[in-house]
Ligand binder design. Sequence first.
Ligand SMILES: *[C@@H]1O[C@H](CO)[C@@H](O)[C@H](O)[C@H]1NC(C)=O
Length: 246
Amino acid sequence: MERPSRVWLVFTMLLSFPISSFSLEKLNMCMDAKHHKTEPGPEGELYQQCAPWRENACCTAKTSAEAHEDNSYLYNFNWNHCGVMSKKCKKHFIQDTCFYECSPHLGPWIQPADDTWRKARILDVPLCLEDCNSWYNDCKYDVTCKENWHKGWNWTSGTNRCPAGAQCQKWTDVFPTAQSMCEKIWSNSYKHTTYTKDSGRCMQMWFTGQNPNTKVAEFYLNQGSRTETAMITSLTLSLAVLLSMV
Ligand SMILES: *[C@@H]1O[C@H](CO)[C@@H](O)[C@H](O)[C@H]1NC(C)=O
């Protein structure tokens, strides 16, 4: 009895080792997208709103400065497609750009993308309630013509314009709730949650000091690998039992 179980214990450890090291890699990584660095690292010169990521970032200083510009070379994106976007609204889109370009902790939510301009995207990143709500509240008196800002624009002029048939409307007519805005605007890159910033269960777009999202990504990765480990352990145990019966 003792022999086979030892053998299988070693076998389980060998099997789970590559899985846990694979997960560790996901804790600190950059996605394969348009402007991301290949590896995260210190960036002491990150600009203004992107400064919180200085200790460890996927964006360069140049990208961080561009994130603050209208129609920047990053995406040629025109925030002012239905008249000038208010300053207090725009600061959330700048922060959203910093978060997307700079965060090294999005690994658990990175997915393959079939876009021409990137190989990877983020899907369902659990956003803290306060960050989604303040974004919505600061934009709700602005105007837009589209619910999904990733797709369907008229780009013939080189920048995004409202396509034929899409009227400029009150923000709240396009996005009736904070949830609809946070989830739909970037094709479900974000998921609305009721978790607050102190929960450790949601990603923070706005923070100061030590990056709080390291621990959040760790939590969601452990959740996933715990399921994998449990599956492998039970499989191995059943095999061990079967073998000891022969
Ligand atoms: C796109 O915009 C141009 C003008 O910039 C216009 O001539 C064209 O009809 C528009 N196309 C669509 C599909 O809306």
